[in-house]
Design a protein around this ligand. Sequence first.
Ligand code: B12
Length: 306
Amino acid sequence: MSAMGQRLREWARTAGYQVAWGPAEPLLSNARADIGARAGAGELDGDFCRERLGAFKYCEGLAFSPRTVIMASVPRPAHRLTAKAGGEQVDLIIPPTYLHYREIAQQVRHDLARTVKSAQLALLSAPLKAVAARLGLVTYGRNNITYVPGHGSYHQLVGFVTDAEPSPESEPGGRDPEAMEACEGCDLCRRACPTGAIGSDRFLLRGHRCGALATETEGAWPEWVPASFHRCVVGCMLCQEACPENAGLLRWETAAPLKPAGKGTATATMGETDDTLLANAMRELEALGLADNTVERNVKAVLAGR
Ligand code: B12
């Protein structure tokens, strides 16, 4: 293993991450071409492609010539936030990766910069699962998210490109993505998905029918989201919690703000409990950097269904 490879392994071991790397090309082009082919074959919804996948920059606009791609899997907990009012309290769930998403990526970049030393380093804007799968870091589950030994699917992927010399960790172009062996004959995630995003006719997720997408999209709830769905401030955990490969791997933490919430907790008066719960929850979410109109709509739906 090259000196950089040894430093990367040691860095990941110390931080509790998993890491893989390989030549940036043709790996990134292959991942891009794969998605392009699926879009071309009509397997991906047109709006979904434009809005969600069209923003990937790959290597455009970099100030250096990328030679190596590095992917890290960072284990992430779910967060619990408790809203209180009038003697009542409601637990709100923030699934893994939503809290401090950008800060985690920047933190990893900061640490990694010291590891790759003089090499230039940039965050990778690309379909991260597809790239990590090609590097052999992750394996796909039937629910279309990826799994890493020891982290299950409860991890955040962070990708980088650098001008450092690629070391022979992975084959040029990467390997074809693989599904977990455990998914063969198992459809627990498909049955747990209330919106039909996971099909039995194909492997690729119907991203445009995923409940998590609905929680991230402004406006009225689509008719395909059942009232029983609402549990999380944003996102969903149903397909992950149903997965036997995740058994015992979900960690829970109390949501800690980047900056303290506004002073005091509003107290409820008769008939105002829901409004007060909502106001208190939104104040906490604001401090966590998660509050917007869509999240407010989501919290209202959780409160309405309790
Ligand atoms: C857009 C997006 C979404 C969309 C669409 C998801 C999707 N599956 O496309 C929505 C909003 C629905 C979403 C939801 C979630 N997301 Co999201 N999302 C992304 C984003 C920005 C891009 C994903 C993407 O490239 N999609 C395009 C599709 C085409 O790519 P793909 O899923 O890899 O599909 C490949 C496979 O299906 C493969 N394939 C096809 N057929 C077959 C057959 C076999 C046998 C095999 C092996 C493979 C295979 O080919 C496809 C590539 O061409 C990434 C961040 C990033 N920059 O990558 C995060 C990301 C994928 N999301 C993430 C997370 C955590 C989630 C949620 C769990 C959040 C939540 N708790 O609600 C849910 C999970 C929903 C689900 N079951 O997939 C994590 C996943 C981490 C992990 N464990 O893998 C990512 C990587 C963010 C991160 N930095 O960590 N997400």
